[in-house]
Design a protein around this ligand. Structure first.
Ligand SMILES: Cc1cc2nc3c(=O)[nH]c(=O)nc-3n(C[C@H](O)[C@H](O)[C@H](O)COP(=O)(O)OP(=O)(O)OC[C@H]3O[C@@H](n4cnc5c(N)ncnc54)[C@H](O)[C@@H]3O)c2cc1C
Length: 428
């Protein structure tokens, strides 16, 4: 599977290996909403991010008018995490990364409720919203993304407020951008990476690269120190090793560096690999599934942090409740591209279940990720997963993860197309 195939597949809205009945209509570039396909029921989707928005759209496209889909999302606008590292360097704005739900409602007939879900009654099959109202469901899909642990930090409230993760695009991204902009060539940017699993395995290394590039281009100096709680680089090992060694010589990479404490007043990060001092501290805390999952131990049945799922349908330990995207514990990475693919497998399965049919026994998904290394060059990784009936998991096919054989301008151009296709497939 070549990277161009991924771009093409995303453009057609097809999830690999699936019998998507209306994929041909999508491929033709026009969207005709199907009538009743024999699938009937109320589906509530919690969370309008990469996973939730995709599942809502495809439930309608593949399920037809009998599938009533309600999306519950508190924010009227979704801000993409993907490309948010480029906001830190001033190459993008948060406005450029903002997506609305208008097409989802007007074109696909999804009902949008701009509220959040506070409780799930899995026996009575209904959810409670933050205004106290109840919403019944026949199937529930939960896609709340991640939440972050608190870090062991001391210092004044003002100093602590400056130590942000910016791992959920929004106000923290703006705060970090402002702090980076104020750096001089004598300053150090410290980035801490939590132990896996965390969202977007290549993302922190990408951030180190684009910040190092920005400092070199605009400040003619400045250092980046990467404190990784993991024993080594977690994705695109060859490309990032090359980037750290040969392209960004101002990056120091420190593996096995788990945080023991952060003194926000002095800008000191104490770790198992020693103490490091910096002007700007960008600390990414350990992740867990969104609160609506961890509130319920029956859902958060993987270490109390993540939701275990059957990857044939993404049904959780609780019947008729499906969990997709970063919140689910699977063998696949926590990333936007795979969240989009998981959502399609889930939508397809729910449509079959609502028709009283068996789900696809051999789904395939793919994850592709382009990584800016400088303002004009990028690398990429890709991997295709297939369901393995022996282990009941999604396993990589072929040689597993493939990474680009180089870091270059062509990849950077393809990256822009890939992003545009992925976001269109999700929000348009
Ligand atoms: C800097 C950075 C760069 C990245 N780059 C890439 C990349 O290049 N490629 C890639 O594939 N991935 C990338 N990712 C990862 C990607 O952004 C996530 O994996 C993806 O957003 C996960 O989708 P999701 O739907 O699970 O969660 P999200 O997209 O976070 O969406 C969750 C949604 O649920 C809503 N929600 C939460 N709780 C509730 C509730 N109780 N009620 C109602 N709604 C609720 C939230 O408001 C949110 O809108 C990157 C991430 C970061 C931080």
């Amino acid at each position: 599977m070549q990277r161009r195939d991924f771009l093409r597949l995303l453009g057609t809205g097809v999830a690999l290996g699936m019998m998507a009945p209306f994929a041909d209509v999508l491929a033709a570039g026009s969207v005709t909403m199907p009538g009743n396909t024999g699938a009937n029921g109320r589906v509530v989707v919690i969370g309008g991010g990469m996973a939730g928005t995709t599942v809502a759209k495809y439930l309608r496209l593949w399920g037809g008018t009998g599938v009533q889909v309600t999306l519950v999302e508190p924010n009227p606008t979704y801000i993409s995490n993907i490309f948010s590292n480029k906001v830190l360097t001033g190459e993008r704005t948060l406005t450029q990364l903002s997506y609305k739900y208008g097409t989802l409602t007007s074109k696909y007939g999804v009902k949008l409720i701009t509220k959040s879900v506070t409780a799930i009654d899995y026996v009575g099959q209904q959810v409670t919203l933050n205004d106290g109202s109840k919403l019944p469901y026949d199937r529930l899909v939960i896609a709340p993304g991640v939440a972050f642990d608190a870090l062991p930090m001391s210092g004044t409230a003002a100093a602590q407020a400056k130590v942000v993760h910016a791992w959920q695009a929004g106000v923290q991204t703006t705060s970090l951008q402002t702090q980076i902009k104020a750096m001089t060539k004598a300053d150090t940017f410290i980035l801490t990476i939590p132990a896996k699993p965390y969202r977007c395995p290549p993302g922190p290394y990408e951030r180190a690269c684009v910040v190092a590039d920005y400092l070199t281009r605009t400040k003619k100096g400045g250092k980046v120190v990467v404190l990784d709680a993991n024993p080594g680089i977690q994705a695109e090992v060859e490309n990032f090793t090359n980037a750290f060694k040969n392209i960004h010589k101002n990056i120091t990479y420190v593996p096995n560096a788990s945080i023991s404490s952060i003194d926000a007043n002095t800008g000191t990060v104490n770790t198992s690999a020693g103490a490091f001092k910096g002007k700007v501290i960008n600390a990414i805390p350990p992740h867990r599934a969104g609160k609506i999952i961890t509130d319920n131990p029956l859902l958060a049945n993987v270490g109390g942090r993540w939701a275990g799922v059957n990857v044939l349908s993404y049904e959780s330990a609780l019947p008729k409740i499906h969990v997709i995207g970063d919140a689910a514990a699977t063998t696949q990475p926590k990333a936007g591209h795979i969240a989009n693919a998981e959502a399609k497998v889930c939508a397809d399965a729910i449509v079959h279940l609502l028709r009283g049919e068996a789900v696809n026994p051999s789904p395939m998904t793919n994850s592709a990720c382009y990584t800016p290394i400088t303002s004009t060059t990028a690398s990429w990784l890709s991997v295709v997963y297939r369901y393995d009936p022996v282990t009941g998991t999604m396993l990589p096919t072929g040689n597993g993860v493939t990474e680009s054989s180089g870091i270059n301008k062509d990849n950077h151009e393809e990256m822009l197309k890939w992003f545009s296709n992925l976001m269109s497939d999700t929000f348009a």
